[in-house]
Design a protein around this ligand. Structure first.
Ligand SMILES: N[C@@H](CCC(=O)N[C@@H](CS)C(=O)NCC(=O)O)C(=O)O
Length: 244
């Protein structure tokens, strides 16, 4: 039975679930949602409001990690997201959890910063954000200069988010210096999580991108930093070789 992936088009956690489906070589259909009142339908389906959620064979699974683990359990004959070796498996799961807490938490704020500074970019993303989020961010962009002049707190917070993202990406570059993939010499859930959670930093060359013309556009201060090039080269290669 075909799997249905419910996603927000701009959501990097949704991209992580989609990447896990591609990596396992599974067929799926994407259903797009927009943040706002439409989330009631997600709540009715899954008992919580966030995406991604998948439906498969009567099962409804929320949370990108839970989805990846469900796919691994349900389709053990497909390419493995988790290594057999217990120590490597622990390392993959620990790195994946840490990537959720760093890239997962902070990468969208780097994109937000570009959107707030460049109105045309915010508008380019607007269709995917839906009218509620788009209007909200437009209003924030309008008052931001005032807020910055008063306290600078927004700017300081965005700086801290960018620093956290950079620290994580530098660690990933260091790992890729020593091995072909993030944990050892075979691709795993850690790679899937890293390449997908970097979605807001540089939209990947994916045929499932919500707006094809955004492929390759990025938060330039990060994605074009030569010190982080090893990770973004790896990311493009990984999409080409393992994802769609
Ligand atoms: N731990 C969850 C996080 C999911 C998540 O935060 N999704 C965001 C989109 S990237 C969302 O649905 N936000 C809407 C909301 O919080 O109402 C996962 O790994 O899937």
């Amino acid at each position: 039975m075909t799997i249905v992936l419910h996603r927000f088009p701009l959501s990097h956690f949704s991209e992580k679930a989609r990447a896990a489906l591609d990596f396992k070589g599974l067929e799926y259909r994407i259903e797009e949602h927009k943040p706002g009142p439409e989330q009631l339908a997600i709540y009715r389906l899954s008992g919580q409001r966030k995406l991604p959620v998948i439906e498969h064979d009567g099962a409804v699974v929320a949370d990108s990690t839970e989805i990846a683990l469900y796919l691994e359990r349900t389709f053990p004959e497909r390419r493995r997201l988790l290594p057999d070796d217990p120590e490597q498996r622990r390392e993959v799961l620990a790195l994946e959890a840490r990537l959720d807490d760093t890239l997962g938490k902070y990468a969208p704020f780097c994109l937000l910063r570009r959107g707030l500074r460049e109105e045309h970019y915010l508008d380019a993303l607007g269709a995917a954000m839906g009218p509620f989020a788009h209007a909200g961010l437009g209003a924030l962009a309008a008052v931001l200069p005032l807020a910055e002049a008063r306290i600078g707190a927004v700017e300081r917070w965005l700086d801290a988010a960018e620093r956290a993202v950079r620290t994580t990406l530098a660690e990933l570059c260091a790992r890729l210096e020593g091995s072909a993939y993030l944990v050892g010499d075979a691709p795993s859930l850690a790679d899937v999580a890293a390449v997908a959670l970097a979605y807001p930093l540089k939209f990947p060359p994916s045929k499932h991108l919500f707006k094809p013309e955004l492929a390759g556009t990025s938060v330039r201060s990060i994605a074009e930093d030569p010190a982080l090039a090893r990770f973004f080269d790896f990311r493009d290669r990984f999409y080409r070789d393992h994802l769609q």
